[in-house]
Design a protein around this ligand. Structure first.
Ligand SMILES: Nc1nc2c(ncn2[C@@H]2O[C@H](COP(=O)(O)OP(=O)(O)OP(=O)(O)O)[C@@H](O)[C@H]2O)c(=O)[nH]1
Ligand SMILES: [Mg+2]
Length: 382
């Protein structure tokens, strides 16, 4: 994949800031766009292409959390949105769910990309718990729609993102969180466009992030010095985004990306991969991609994407969108469904997730979180 085959689009205020954080890492390399209903946010953006939508419904003021208004903006200006994708081979959409524009325009942009035949990966943040119920509801409503339309979805709960940046001060934590996320997306971009000897392509990325896998999460670690491999993997396996690493035992498919300098050794790869493999389920499919960049001499950036069938703590929890492939889960058929040759419709149960255990430490047994109902852990539809 060429470096300009990937178009990165930020949607709404947060999406725009994430794109800027990414572009700050690789100013000339990344092809960027921002779509917003807010003229001032667009003016502040560093994106190469800027698209103001819905000016007749929002007057360029943003939607103030009104998803209906944002949806109208997107449908009214669908034609110009479609124009963005013309020669992209992969569209990466970045947005903050919980705002009007981010929540309602993101699914529309992804659907439009799909109609033009362009695969999409969406990386979206979920609102802080202190932002309140209406924003949480907007974000929750957007997720199934995005899961339905996107080829891949990675969800980043802001509560956990900010826990990972090591600063409590608002004016430090926001730039640091956006920079960390921008850096992780950059590492994926780097792996796809500048592969090393161990390659991971868009198909591998889609395998891990496709909605049928569950909810994909992203964690990262940067390290330098002689023991950088061991140090990076230690950080990664205690990363808040991976629920401290314990939940990896449930993930059946992960992707690891390593960006390093020309001094990256096989020993570094071994130091990194052995503990990751040990933390995962014995039948996990691991895809490893490396990228060598002279700028990363004596340093390395480790990024891991893992999909967990029941979702992660602090985020949206749900059953897998569709039945898992037979190789993924030990129980693949429900005898009640297949045995009598009839068709049983799926009960429309609320996604149970960890329910009232959502904010507690998982009760782990053999890598399984017993706070998640068994039918959900096994991917069984009732
Ligand atoms: N990580 C991160 N999250 C942000 C940032 N700014 C806002 N958010 C999150 O993103 C959500 C949406 O906020 P915005 O992006 O400002 O909203 P919008 O998409 O522009 O939507 P409207 O302005 O309501 O039309 C918020 O509820 C926050 O949870 C940011 O700089 N970084
Ligand atoms: Mg806005």
């Amino acid at each position: 994949m060429e470096h300009n085959d990937i178009l990165v689009i930020g949607i709404g205020g947060a999406g725009g800031r994430l794109v800027d954080a990414l572009a700050a890492r690789a100013p000339e390399a990344v092809r960027t766009a921002m779509i917003d209903t807010d003229a001032a946010a667009l003016a502040a953006s560093q994106a190469v292409s800027k698209l103001q939508i819905g000016s007749h419904v929002t007057n360029g003021q943003g939607t103030g959390g009104d998803a209906g208004l944002a949806r109208r903006a997107a449908t009214d200006d669908a034609e110009i949105i479609r124009g963005l994708f013309s020669d992209a081979r992969l569209v990466v959409v970045l947005a903050g769910l919980g705002g009007g524009t981010g929540s309602a325009v993101t699914p529309e942009v992804i659907k439009a990309a799909g109609l033009s035949g362009t695969p999409t990966l969406c990386v979206a943040t979920q609102p802080f718990s202190f932002e309140g119920a209406p924003r949480a509801a907007l974000a929750r409503a957007a997720v199934p729609e995005i899961r339905e339309a996107a080829d891949g979805l990675i969800l980043i709960p802001n509560d956990k993102l900010f826990k990972s940046v090591g600063s409590d001060k608002v004016n430090e934590a926001f730039p640091a969180a956006d920079a960390a996320l921008g850096m992780s997306v950059w590492s994926l971009w780097q792996i796809l466009t500048r592969p090393g000897y161990l390659n991971a392509g868009p198909a591998d990325l889609a395998q891990v992030t496709k909605p049928e896998r569950g909810i994909a999460s992203l964690a990262w670690a940067e390290a330098h010095g002689r023991k950088r491999g061991a140090s990076a993997v230690k950080q990664l396996l205690t990363h808040p985004m991976l629920d401290g690493g314990a939940a990896l035992g449930e993930c059946r498919s992960i992707m690891v990306s390593i960006v390093g300098g020309e001094d990256l050794t096989l020993k570094d790869l071994g130091d990194i991969m052995a503990p990751i493999k040990a933390a995962c389920h014995e039948r996990v499919v691991i895809t490893l991609g490396t990228s060598i960049d002279p700028e990363w001499k004596a340093r390395l950036l480790l990024t891991l994407i893992a999909a967990r069938p029941g979702g992660w703590s602090g985020g949206v929890e749900m059953r897998p969108a569709k039945a898992q492939e037979p190789t993924d889960l030990p129980i693949t058929e429900n005898p009640a469904v297949v045995g009598r040759g009839g068709v049983q419709t799926t009960l429309q149960l609320e996604p149970a997730g960890r329910g009232r255990f959502a904010n507690t430490d998982p009760t782990l047994l053999d890598g399984e979180d017993l706070d998640i109902p068994t039918y959900q852990r096994r991917g069984i539809k009732l």
